[in-house]
Design a protein around this ligand. Structure first.
Ligand SMILES: *Cc1c(COP(=O)(O)O)cnc(C)c1O
Ligand SMILES: [Zn+2]
Length: 385
């Protein structure tokens, strides 16, 4: 059973409510207890998922990512923990949603799954469908760069370049018969992706972090985080759930703009309101779950912020100096943390979880200072003085 968070309507199937807002799976958290921390990643929360644990394949490997205390990232007394989503099989939290989407499609006897993406979600869907009986269709923009095509194509999906307004394809795909589209905020994806925050809560229990800070683009992951908090509260597992802070790239920040204006609804940005950003994974000008993400930030006592590319780049470097190599989008939480701390949104002594949504290997420039020594001189060069 699916429900609409906004108007309370129920539906047997579909992705969006008649009111226009996205649907999510109704669950029954009564009697749910926290699983052991290492009990099987996403599938440790099987009782809160719309489908049971698969027997085999990549989908069994999603989730179970480390939560690492990172003192060098602390912000003026606020204690930072990093949820390292880059350790998922294809390098981002998207594997959580893809694992549930693919498993549910197989259980329902579907033959084809699909997604509208040219980034992490595309690679994740293709990988999770590979090695199963499902065919996978990935819709990419016609001008997709070769490196991206290579990364997705390696898993053997049917890749279709689509000409025309790529921004409208999400909606078009919902009308395609015969393909189970597991897009950014589909109910199956949101169900899988709520396990990011369920894992954090289970691992810290009985303590509860004070705040969770995460990037937001389509709003699928943020919606899932909110769903996780609602379920944990309904199950009686937390009394005082963490505040959700969502961060966008300033060049494409429709959710932050709506938050600042005090609006109830997120509106699509016009092309001349959208700029380029290093945070390429969070550049959706028309977020299908933007309004739900906005509601999540408000309902939990959090906020939505935007960070500019200079701050995102500096935060990304700073995270690497703490040992965490993440992609630019995943550095936005740290880029916003100082401001949240200065504004008193986050206080000294509070525990803050930064969700590092994706690994950032590969898109780097070489470091500026690398020394060269002769082999005979090595011991001398490394001698501590
Ligand atoms: C998809 C993605 C996001 C944004 O998640 P949404 O569910 O679209 O809001 C953030 N970071 C990374 C690395 C992603 O791949
Ligand atoms: Zn509704």
């Amino acid at each position: 059973m699916l429900t609409c968070y906004a108007c309370g309507a129920r539906a047997e199937s579909g992705q969006r409510c008649d009111c226009g807002e996205p649907l999510w799976y109704e669950t029954d958290p009564a009697g749910v207890a926290w699983p052991d921390a290492d009990a099987g990643g996403v599938w440790a929360f099987e009782s809160l998922l719309p489908v049971g644990r698969p027997e085999s394949g990549l989908a069994t490997a999603a989730g179970g990512t480390p939560l690492v205390r990172a003192p060098t990232l602390d912000a003026d007394g606020a204690r930072v923990h990093v949820k390292l989503e880059g350790t998922n099989p294809t390098g981002s939290f998207k594997d959580r949603g893809s694992a549930v989407g693919v498993t549910a499609a197989l259980a329902a006897g579907r033959e084809r799954v699909g997604t509208v993406s040219h980034g992490n979600m595309a690679a994740s869907m293709a990988a999770n469908a590979a090695g199963t009986d499902l065919d996978c269709v990935v819709l990419v923009p016609a001008d997709i760069p070769d490196e991206r095509l290579a990364r997705i194509g390696a898993y053997g999906p049917r890749v279709v370049r689509v000409e025309g307004d790529y921004g409208r394809l999400y909606h078009d795909s919902l009308d395609v018969a015969g393909v189970e589209f597991v897009n950014s905020d589909s109910p199956l994806r949101v169900a899988g992706q709520k396990t990011t925050v369920l894992e954090v809560l289970a691992e810290r229990a009985p303590d509860v972090p004070d705040a969770v800070v995460m990037p937001v683009s389509s709003g699928g992951h943020a919606s899932a985080a909110w769903k996780a908090l609602r379920e944990a509260e309904a199950a009686g597992l937390v009394d005082d759930p963490p505040r959700l802070y969502l961060v966008q790239a300033a060049a494409c920040a429709p959710v932050a703009a709506a938050f600042d204006r005090g609006d109830e609804e997120v509106v699509r940005l016009a092309p001349d309101e959208v700029g380029e950003t290093v945070a390429y994974s969070i550049a959706n000008p028309d977020p299908p779950s933007g309004t739900r993400a906005l509601a999540a930030a408000r309902a939990t006592g959090g906020a939505v912020l935007a960070a500019d590319d200079d701050d995102i780049g500096a935060a990304r470097d700073w995270m690497a100096r703490a040992g965490f190599r993440v992609e630019a989008a995943s550095a936005t939480p740290l880029a916003a943390l100082g401001r949240l701390r200065d504004a008193g949104e986050i206080e000294a002594g509070e525990d803050v979880v930064l969700v590092a949504t994706g690994a950032g290997y590969g898109d780097d420039a070489p470091p500026e200072s690398v020394e060269t020594v002769r082999r005979e001189g090595l011991a001398g060069a490394l001698r501590a003085d």
